[in-house]
Design a protein around this ligand. Structure first.
Ligand SMILES: [Zn+2]
Length: 176
């Protein structure tokens, strides 16, 4: 099977959300197909949506939240991405964007506020915001250059922080 067919076969499980422009699907081994999506997965999707809304994002894209780490390992195996796991902090540890096919896979435990945020290789875990902005940068820049993409993600996050700090200082000044 080509890599693309692997991915498509793997994601044909659950579909979620009709309200938004880009589709979000979830994959989880925690529940059988046809059963309701666990609350934990829904919360991960909500976290993703709230972060996505804060940053430049595509109008049409397919997002797949892989809710639990067993499913994430299964995904990496099926997508032949295990080699990337051997690189500590490698991108595939947290997310994978396929620019050509318009799909991004996110490791759900990073989006979960309640999950134990341990990476597979026990490296420090990135924040949900960093994960989402990094994958958004791949999409918006249409780039596979990890250094360039991550620099963009860091700039977006810093700009947002600066805007918040500025707004707060203006509020303080007005209140005086
Ligand atoms: Zn990347």
């Amino acid at each position: 099977m080509t890599r693309r067919n692997c991915l498509v076969a793997f994601v044909a499980m659950f579909s979620l959300t009709t309200f938004a422009q880009s589709a979000v699907q979830v994959i989880t081994s925690l529940v059988k197909p046809g059963h309701p999506i666990p609350q934990e997965c829904k919360a991960q999707v909500e976290t993703f949506r709230s972060i996505e809304a804060l940053y430049p994002h595509p109008n049409t894209w397919r997002w797949v939240v892989v809710c639990d780490d067993d499913s994430w390992r299964m995904f990496l195996t099926q997508a032949h991405l295990q080699a990337k796991l051997l690189t500590p902090g490698g991108a595939a540890e947290y997310g994978e964007t396929d620019i050509d096919h318009g799909v991004t896979f996110l490791r759900g435990t990073i989006l979960s506020k309640f999950g134990t945020l341990l990476s597979i290789s026990n490296e420090p875990v990135i924040t949900a915001e960093h994960l989402v902005t990094h994958e958004l940068a791949h999409i918006v820049l249409r780039s596979r250059d990890e250094a360039k993409v991550d620099a963009q993600a860091m700039r977006w996050m810093k700009d947002r922080k600066d805007r918040i700090a500025l707004a707060e200082s203006q509020t303080r000044n007005t209140a005086r």
